[in-house]
Write a protein that binds this ligand. Structure first.
Ligand SMILES: [Zn+2]
Length: 142
C-alpha cells in the first residue's frame, strides 16, 4: 500500500477559488488515503449550479442536486473521489468512507468544521437515509 501525498494537476486546478481552510483539509487528507485523491469539483459558477439543478427537472437526466444555493458556488465545498489507473473509481463505497475518515481527521487536527454529503446529521452512519452525496464535503457553518 503506497499513499500518494500529492494531488494531480487537475485537482490542483479545481482547488483554485476554494476556501483555503478547506484546501488545507483536503491536502492533509490526501496524505492519508491509500490511493490518489482526486478533486472532481471545487468552485462552481451559479450558471453551472442552475444547469445542474435543471437536470432531472426541466432538462434530461437524473436529479443530481437539491439546491440552487450550493456551497460550491462560494468555494465552501469540494467533491472528492479516488483516482486509480488514471480514472476516477466510483465503484466502492468503502473508498468514500476512507476519504471521509481522512477528511474528518484532518479537519479536527486543523480545528475546521466540515460536513459530509453521505452523513448530513453527522451521527457516523453514512447513507442511513439514502444520502447519496458521498463525494461531497463542505465547510460547516461558522
Ligand atoms: Zn458537492
Amino acid at each position: 500500500m503506497t499513499a500518494t501525498p500529492r494531488l494531480d494537476p487537475t485537482s490542483e486546478m479545481r482547488l483554485v477559488g476554494v476556501s483555503p481552510l478547506l484546501v488545507d483539509v483536503v491536502r492533509r487528507a490526501a496524505e492519508r488515503v491509500p490511493f490518489q485523491l482526486f478533486v472532481v469539483e471545487g468552485l462552481r459558477t451559479a450558471a453551472r449550479q442552475a444547469q445542474l439543478y435543471a437536470q432531472g427537472r426541466t432538462a434530461p437526466g437524473k436529479v443530481v442536486t437539491w439546491t440552487l444555493a450550493s456551497k460550491h458556488i462560494d468555494g465552501r465545498a469540494v467533491d472528492l473521489a479516488p483516482l486509480r489507473n488514471g480514472g476516477v473509481d466510483w465503484s466502492d463505497p468503502k473508498d468514500f468512507d476512507a476519504i471521509a475518515r481522512a477528511m474528518f481527521d484532518a479537519a479536527s487536527e486543523l480545528a475546521v468544521r466540515i460536513r459530509w454529503g453521505a452523513d448530513w446529521d453527522a451521527d457516523g452512519k453514512p447513507r442511513e437515509r439514502g444520502e447519496g452525496d458521498s463525494p461531497h464535503f463542505e465547510l460547516g457553518s461558522p
